[in-house]
Design a protein around this ligand. Structure first.
Ligand SMILES: Nc1ncnc2c1ncn2[C@@H]1O[C@H](COP(=O)(O)OP(=O)(O)OP(=O)(O)O)[C@@H](O)[C@H]1O
Length: 274
């Protein structure tokens, strides 16, 4: 990288994040259990820099920490140690808006747009296009606490698509709605992605990642094990995942260790803080 490279938009510096979980232990009395709260580490020292113009696919097995990483980068989840620096407020698609259940969908559209920085006039002018994308019919004038979870998710999605953020995080786990909505939301999302400077995408489809991403971060057990060219890293990941799928665990682990070692050698000084 040189000083002529596009500017850094997201910098993760040695971030750690754990969730408090309850564990159940047997007690002497067979009818009773003791519960204890422990911290389960999920992100274990993640450091990287993302630049303007990059479209970064975050890949890895179920539970490797992909969604948690996006939530940490977008500020929805506080990190325990380390820091996230961003050049603009990142938007995690679908969940940005803090909506009020006993107000109508339509009123919540205005609230959501105001919360994302629209002026009252801009919010009013944008309201109809959001309602049009959400397509929840006359219920738009009913309180949101009468909505099905799918309807609520569609409305939140439609509001967040209006955000036009510079840093966009898309988590496929948030993809929602029936087939017609998915088609419409995909078109809206494509437009949004075109306008964003840096995009992060969590998606399990190899096709989507290879088609859209300029770079891939591969997470395994809360750590980055590879970072770089989409095609090459995706091939490595598929080699690993296929071996796991065939039950060849020893081969998979040896392969993973080799990939991790290469990453560690290529990136010796990534973190700023210990
Ligand atoms: N709120 C939470 N409380 C406790 N544990 C959590 C919470 N959210 C996630 N986890 C745990 O953190 C780990 C990482 O979860 P995360 O959803 O980030 O993984 P992921 O890579 O996105 O998985 P998937 O591919 O299945 O969507 C998992 O073990 C999960 O059970």
């Amino acid at each position: 990288m040189t000083s002529a490279d596009p500017r850094i938009t997201v910098l993760a510096d040695n971030i750690h994040l754990g969730y408090k979980v309850r564990t159940v232990q047997k007690s002497r009395n067979p009818l009773r259990f003791n519960t204890r709260r422990i911290i389960k580490p999920v992100l274990k020292g993640i450091s990287f820099a993302a630049r303007e113009g990059e479209f970064i696919g975050v890949i890895g097995r179920n539970g490797s920490g992909k969604s948690t990483l996006l939530r940490a980068l977008s500020g929805l989840e506080s990190v325990n140690t380390g820091r996230v620096y961003t050049s603009a407020k990142p938007q995690l698609l679908g969940v940005g808006a803090a909506l009020i259940p006993n107000l109508s969908g339509s009123e919540n559209v205005i609230l959501g747009l105001l919360a994302m920085g629209y002026s009252p006039e801009e919010a009013e002018a944008t309201r109809e296009s959001v309602i049009d994308l959400a397509q929840i019919g006359p219920s738009i004038n009913q309180p949101m606490n009468t909505y099905s979870s799918g309807m609520g998710a569609r409305l939140k999605f439609a509001i967040s698509v209006a955000a036009q953020p510079k840093i966009l995080m898309v988590d496929e786990a948030l993809a929602t709605g029936d087939a017609t909505f998915q088609e419409r939301s995909k078109n809206a999302m494509d437009k949004m992605i075109e306008k964003a400077g840096t995009v992060f995408l969590v998606n399990h489809s190899r096709g989507s990642i290879e088609e859209m991403c300029t770079r891939v971060l591969w997470l395994e057990d809360g750590q980055i094990v590879a970072d770089g060219d989409t095609k090459q890293k995706m091939e490595q990941y598929m080699t690993f995942a296929s071996a796991i799928g065939r039950g060849e665990l020893e081969y998979a682990n040896t392969f993973l260790t080799a990939v991790k070692d290469t990453y560690a050698k290529q990136n010796p000084d990534l973190q700023l803080t210990p």
